[in-house]
Design a protein around this ligand. Sequence first.
Ligand SMILES: [Fe+2]
Length: 356
Amino acid sequence: MDKGTYMAVSPAAVIPGALPDFRIYVRTAQGTYSLWALEGNKVTTAQLARLSEGGHREIYVDLEEQFKYEQYLEDHLGHILENKAASDDQKAQIFSKVSTNVVKGAFEASLGLGTMDNAALDRTRKLIENALAFITESKSLQALTKLIGHDYQTYEHATKVLWLTVAFLRGREEILEQIVPGYESRDENEKKAILQQCAVGALLHDIGKVFVAHEILEKSGPLTEVEWEIMKRHPLNGLAMLIDTQVPVYVRKAVLHHHEDFRGGGYPMGFEGEQITPLGRVLRIIDVFDAMTSRRPYKDPMPPMKAARIMIGAPAGPAQGGTIPADERDQGMQKCFDEALLKKFIVFLGDVKLGG
Ligand SMILES: [Fe+2]
């Protein structure tokens, strides 16, 4: 069969004892593909061990079965992320792939409905439930940080905002207490549920963009006044979409407030300071940080610490000694953020060793 019809996937995705719904192939020394496991067959641990002994770093799936493979990843994500035989890098890649698909699904399912599709919301919750333990494990952070600097696409962006939000909020009880007063006195399960809700907000913060035309979202040049007005409605649309769902009020408000500036001048409400809900202030920081550190068609990714310096309004220039005045635009960025929260976020970036 034509080589081009197969896609390489990680053996880490195959859970011993689970029944994949697709055929698995291995690549021979001659460059051909031979059938390794039939669909509906349980792959055993011994088989997987023989595979790695044979030096096979990758296995292959027929491109025509890509959909089934992706569904399998999503259904088994919890187990895959617990698989001790798989590396954190492999797991981070699988998590990112599944998460991107789930957000894409949520956008597509809600498109035209005018509201958040319930099944899509359940899928989002399930993803977060399955991935939360992995994202909050400190050793996975290094693997996830490799996502920084990747391309900026709405769905990938949502995934990066999700993991940054969860990794940042995890264990920062004083911020979670601000987000949900009384947090600190809750039991462990309730605390976990609150973190999961924040994660839902992070993943869906831009869901209101389903109402914004592709031409506007993907326009490389500056937006016209009318286009900009349409764009600025997305937080309000996001709120409207979540109104009939179980998503708690502090998360809905965060979706509405994620473009409000701490010292005023943001959109859509023009709120400032404490009027902006704490989770909204967190998302404001992380949303901008990811946009700045992502690759765009017109710019290279910015190193994380450089982005952090600009966000906090520190003068740029050699050794940051302040001899060169900062770009006027960058100076203006300071007003966007709750400085106390931003400082905590920068400490977090240092903790996870995001150099640059
Ligand atoms: Fe947004």
